[in-house]
Design a protein. Structure first.
Length: 193
């Protein structure tokens, strides 16, 4: 089963994006193994912190991403942009120079917001960052969930039949995307594999 490192761009306890990510993980159970990467202890990026002993939370994040077959970003939308939590994690993952944890990694983006556009602006802005960091980004299908509490049951599962059907198709496509794109793209990756 393919392992997917999942990075949720909201740190709050009752995050709707965390709830959304957990429901997608349960929906994909048995096909994709989602590993949630904790981002709350990662400090703001500071090049000086690589000197001596780098932050343990950063090294653990990089380890989890590198061990995964793919990465899924689930982002809220703040002021029509993706969250600073995601940007910070991406910046740490590209460093130190020559040790880009995102290199050639199959990736996808999901997100939700209470607004009618369902984090579409955040996802579209995040796309430009991920491809610059050399992730192999799945472009379709796009999922912009406009969060409504009634779409989920008490256990946090997505119950709306329209959204469940769309996310089943999304899981199918992401699983196929990972299989198609996870091959090593460099000699160093092939030697490490």
């Amino acid at each position: 089963m393919k392992q997917v490192a999942i990075l949720v761009g909201s740190l709050r306890r009752e995050s709707i994006n965390r709830k959304f990510a957990e429901s997608v993980a349960r929906l994909a159970a048995g096909r994709l193994d989602f590993q949630f990467v904790p981002l709350g202890e990662i400090p703001l990026y500071n090049e000086d912190l690589w000197e001596g002993a780098p932050p343990a939370a950063v090294l653990e994040m990089k380890r989890q991403v590198e061990a995964a077959d793919a990465v899924l970003f689930v982002t809220p939308e703040y002021n029509r942009f993706f969250s600073p939590v995601i940007k910070n994690a991406v910046d740490w993952g590209t460093r130190p120079w020559g040790q880009n944890s995102w290199e050639a990694k199959p990736a996808a983006i999901l997100g939700c917001s209470p607004g009618s556009l369902g984090a579409s602006a955040a996802q579209n802005s995040l796309k430009s960052l991920l491809v610059v960091c050399d992730m192999v980004l799945m472009g379709q299908p796009e999922v912009y969930l406009s969060y409504k509490p009634e779409c989920f049951n008490a256990a946090g599962d997505l119950v709306d039949p329209k959204w469940r059907a769309l996310l089943e198709r999304w899981v199918d496509r992401f699983e196929g995307w990972i299989e198609m794109t996870r091959q090593p793209r460099t000699r160093a990756q092939a030697d490490a594999g």
